[in-house]
Design a protein around this ligand. Structure first.
Ligand code: B12
Length: 476
């Protein structure tokens, strides 16, 4: 017998994004789509709900589970969606007694004990879950058996007596190319975008060329789980890239690796292969990278192969703050990299964080000024949030400055000053939110920027302009 598996991508509560809520768009979930492919490969029956698109309530998800006769609910838990995940699990258990609840992704990874002890989940797959899930479903298929369960690396679970176990960790899979490609046909992929700022063309899909990240930024929640960097074979990357275009009609592909490109050789082989197959005529790509990973020759090749926009994690315009969070590059390097991108005609989105540890109001102002002065095409100002899994979270917890678990408020666009999870000592909560709005306003509402967008960029749709203006100007 094979199992009936329901996979759910839980949505964030739009209220946690306040005035920016309308800018949120459903985005491809590569991790869950990869797990969907594993379920298909192993012959299980599968249903997928992307709550970002369906906007289903937990009760509606539970109805689908009941009607489908789901044996298993698999749910990906990021920090701000943890309460929604719990509500979905509770509703599904009520509607389908006996359903096995499997949780994964970073928040479940960090809080596996709590999720299992509270009865929200029966199993937590730590880290990258393709192999763990496959083995777990095979065991559940034969009826759960404690001995077999305890042999699955990377799994935490609750036994029949209610005791929680954590098995040995699973070593990171180095061979990423033998994984089946994400099963996008199970997802409402026609609805996906790459957030307004990264949308150059549609339909759009996403993929990864690597996993893990060798850098150690303090605020990154992949710090503990994802430090082992592994790259795919660039030719296999182009195979998937081409398939996304041919099977699903993708005209834009977003690389959601922590950093892509990373490493010259891989980049060159990837770009040249894309061009050899003529894909650069039909598909554009965007990715997130570091300013110290790009040079003129790489950028030129990237542009030729279809790269149109880069997201750059710049974070701050203050060198001391960059150093504090282990960023290992300076503002001078940022300025030079953005200038190079301009010269090589690749558009840039600067990602900034306001309210970093040690930041003062003056420093936030300096970051906003810096953002507007270096020739970026777009800028996004996020409020610093100590996400579980990051060093920042660990440090604040240890210092007793983070004694809370209202996870729904852990978002980088929290509109309510009283609910901000973290504010540096020298800035007030209200100031921080004002600075975020001010940064966005000062960046976009410059005549030169408006002209630049109307005449040169022209990728933002009228609906996005209206929503953008409403969020910047503070209209409801
Ligand atoms: C694409 C992306 C998004 C997309 C899709 C999110 C999603 N549900 O996957 C969107 C735009 C919606 C998004 C939003 C947010 N994101 Co985001 N996002 C990413 C990004 C860039 C790529 C994720 C990805 O696809 N990785 C590749 C796949 C293969 O890996 P994976 O997703 O980790 O999946 C594996 C495992 O986690 C696990 N797994 C995942 N899901 C499930 C489900 C089950 C059932 C099981 C068993 C296992 C499992 O198995 C997967 C396969 O190996 C990452 C950074 C990064 N590069 O990883 C940040 C990241 C995941 N996002 C992050 C954050 C902070 C957010 C926001 C909170 C941002 C905000 N503005 O406030 C929101 C929260 C949205 C939400 N749903 O909760 C943090 C996570 C923080 C945390 N502790 O939860 C990350 C790690 C960025 C960072 N460096 O800090 N994000």
């Amino acid at each position: 017998m094979r199992l009936r598996v329901l996979l759910v991508n839980p949505a964030m509560d739009g209220r946690a994004f306040g005035r920016y809520a309308k800018l949120m768009e459903p985005m491809p979930v590569v991790g869950l789509a990869s797990l969907a492919a594993i379920c298909e490969r192993d012959g299980h029956s599968l249903r997928v709900i992307d709550q970002f698109v369906s906007a289903s309530t937990p009760e509606e998800v539970a109805d689908v589970a009941r009607i489908f006769g789901a044996d298993v609910l698999g749910i990906g838990v990021l920090t701000p969606t943890a309460p929604t995940c719990a509500a979905i699990a509770v509703a599904c258990r009520a509607a389908s007694p006996g359903i096995h609840v499997i949780a994964g992704n970073i928040h479940a990874d960090v809080f596996s004990n709590e999720l299992l002890a509270s009865g929200i989940a029966d199993y937590v797959a730590h880290g990258e879950a393709e192999d763990t899930l496959s083995e777990l479903l095979a065991v559940l298929d034969g009826g759960p058996d404690d001995t077999a369960l305890s042999a699955i690396a990377g799994l935490s679970w609750r036994d029949s007596a209610g005791q929680v176990h954590r098995n040995t960790a699973r070593t990171h899979r180095c061979d990423l190319d033998s994984l089946p490609w994400p099963a996008w046909h199970r997802f409402p992929y026609q609805h996906y975008g790459l957030l307004p700022l990264a949308d150059v063309a549609r339909p759009t899909l996403a993929m990864t060329a690597s996993r893990g990240c060798p850098y150690r930024c303090e605020f990154c929640s992949l710090l503990f789980s994802g430090s082992h960097y592994r790259a795919r074979d660039p030719i296999a990357v182009v195979d998937e890239y081409q398939a996304l275009h041919e099977r699903y009609g993708a005209r834009q592909i977003g690389f959601v690796d922590p950093i892509f490109p990373l490493g010259r050789k891989m980049l060159e082989t990837f770009c040249e292969e894309v061009m050899r197959r003529g894909l650069h005529h039909d598909v554009v790509w965007v990715s997130e990278t570091r300013v110290d990973q790009i040079d003129r020759a790489s950028l030129r090749l990237m542009r030729q192969s279809g790269c149109r926009r880069l997201l750059l994690g710049i974070e701050s315009g203050v060198d001391m703050l960059l150093e504090n969070v282990n960023k290992t590059f300076t503002t001078e390097r940022v300025r030079a990299a953005v200038q190079l991108c301009r010269e090589e005609r690749i558009e840039t989105i600067g990602l900034f964080m306001l309210g970093l540890p040690g930041e003062t109001r003056e420093m936030s102002e300096q970051t906003i000024e810096f953002a507007a002065s270096i020739g970026l095409d777009f800028a996004k100002f996020a409020i610093t949030v100590p996400f579980p899994g990051s060093q920042l979270f660990e440090d604040l917890r240890r210092e007793g400055r983070l004694d809370r678990d209202d996870w729904e408020n852990f978002t980088t666009f929290q509109p309510n000053p009283d609910l901000l999870p973290f504010v540096p000592r020298d800035v007030s909560n209200a100031d921080l939110i004002r600075l975020q709005q001010e940064g966005t306003r000062r960046f976009y509402l410059r005549p030169s920027m408006i002209w630049h967008h109307l005449v040169h960029i022209r990728t933002i749709q009228p609906r996005q302009i209206i929503n953008g203006l409403r969020s910047v100007l503070g209209a409801a």
